[in-house]
Design a protein. Sequence first.
Length: 154
Amino acid sequence: MLENPDDLMSCPLAYAVSVFGGKWKPYIIWYLSISPANSCRYGALKRSIHFEISHKLMSQQLKELEHDGIITRTEYDEVPPRVEYSLTKKGISLSRIIYLLRDWGVAYGQFNDDAMSRSQGAVEDGQIVYAKVGANLDDVRDDEAIIWAFSQNQ
């Protein structure tokens, strides 16, 4: 029960939604979680999102995620300037929720093989299995949140 019904930020669910809510935040978190080097430059991250997103909105979403401690922004003293984004531990824990939302979408949506490959998925023995890009499935540990399986029978 909320202490003050007008104060949604006193609700843990409202806080969670405020952190990953937004049109592009789940996609940003998703693509950072599957990036081969666990970090990504701005341009590569923007190209990874298969939808039109303005520079202004992308920058705003990145700043909000950084403010909330979900991502870190690392600037390198180079010419030309180089900036990379990566998930924090807090961001990695949130990415696990994004993976579960994706699994829910797979279970209840209608997707073809192309859509599955874009979400880093494959079907093996009647289960949908996901792997981090570039990962050897035999070497993956569960605590890295790299493989997620969701039975098609559910």
